[in-house]
Design a protein around this ligand. Structure first.
Ligand code: NAD
Length: 315
């Protein structure tokens, strides 16, 4: 199994799972946001290898590491939706050019399976909530558009070259080793100033959150399901059935830190978004995921509480 972005937040948890199940794992990462520390426990293992490589750049050397790979779990990307309005080129390169290079390297080495970390942002602002996989995709951020473009590129490789693909549209994934997102932002701000908490947006943004342990479990379960079903290309929403507001998250973080800060709202758009391209309401329909015999262990609120506990020790 080859995990791109395997030194990052989700990727490294995936590595832990694959390694602890006895797998043979290659990580490809350029350490732009990931860290070797996240996978250091496996460094001595003969079943484990880390390749430092930037996937934006075509590399012939990299092809060697794709030899005999059963599946590429493509998790390398710049996941900061927030920067995508100001720096669209970063997302185009990190998330689309890199995906193309990965697909090309897989084609040259006949790698049969791709698991792709896509995102709920591909739906944009759906009128149907919870949103099923069949809902039209109309992203409102460059990040979402580039994820969708990557999905389409993968689907074309499925049609043209017989690749098998599992496309996973994740909700917000949270937990230990996360370096971005609302919980990390609140903890950092409250450590700097315990009496005031700046909240991006009007605080009414309401989204679905999933703990990393559930996200990894769902990912491995779906890959095994896809193998069993000999699936050609399947798209799944991976998230929770409930959602929480940003103010509720602020309350959970402040409560866990024993603080009662004054909330200062900073809407970045006239309708109270946290940044241009921020989707205010996100809840995925996970019926398709559940129909395969899997359901999350923790709801959004419990996932936030657990992630806050974990991140308070790390941030
Ligand atoms: P992360 O930043 O922790 O991990 C991304 C990893 O990719 C990092 O280790 C980084 O160094 C590496 N990387 C980035 N650009 C690279 C390049 N050009 N070449 C090689 N390596 C590169 O982010 P994450 O939250 O773990 O996200 C992992 C994947 O899941 C991303 O594709 C992201 O878009 C997707 N995703 C994340 C969430 C979430 O809530 N965290 C939600 C939906 C989708």
């Amino acid at each position: 199994m080859l995990v791109t972005g395997g030194a990052g937040f989700i990727g490294s948890h995936l590595v832990d799972k694959l390694m602890s199940e006895g797998g043979q794992v290659v990580v490809v990462d350029n350490f732009s946001s990931g860290s070797l520390r996240n996978v250091e426990r496996w460094l001595g293992s003969p079943r484990f290898k880390v390749i430092a490589s930037d996937l934006k750049v075509e590399s012939l050397e990299l092809r060697e590491h794709f030899r005999d790979v059963e599946a590429v779990l493509h998790f390398a990307a710049n996941p900061e939706v927030r920067i995508s309005a100001a720096e669209p080129r970063v997302h185009f390169n990190e998330n689309l050019v890199a995906t193309f290079n990965v697909l090309e390297t897989m084609r040259r080495r006949d790698v049969p399976w791709m698991v792709f970390a896509s995102s709920s942002t591909v739906y944009g602002e759906p009128k149907t909530i919870p949103t099923p996989e069949s809902y039209p995709t109309e992203p409102i951020s460059v990040y979402g558009t580039v994820k969708l473009a990557a999905e389409e590129l993968i689907k074309t490789y499925v049609r043209l070259y017989g690749l098998h693909a599992l496309i996973l549209r994740y909700a917000n994934i949270i937990g230990s080793r996360s370096t971005h997102g609302v919980i990390v932002d609140f903890i950092r701000k409250l450590r700097e100033n315990p009496s005031v908490l700046e909240i991006l947006g009007d605080g009414t943004q309401r989204k679905s959150y999933m703990h990393i342990s559930d996200a990894i479990d769902a990912t491995v379960h779906l890959y095994l399901w896809a193998l069993k079903e000999k699936a050609s290309c399947e798209v799944f929403n991976v998230g929770n059935e409930d959602w929480v507001t940003v103010v509720e998250i602020a309350d959970i973080v402040s409560g866990a830190m024993g603080l009662k800060p004054k909330y200062v709202f900073k809407p970045m758009t006239p309708d109270g978004r946290g940044w241009p391209g921020d989707v205010k309401f996100m809840l995925l329909d996970i019926s398709k995921l559940k129909s395969t015999g899997w359901a999350p262990q923790m709801n959004s609120r419990r996932a936030v509480e657990k992630a806050v506990g974990e991140l308070l020790k790390e941030v």
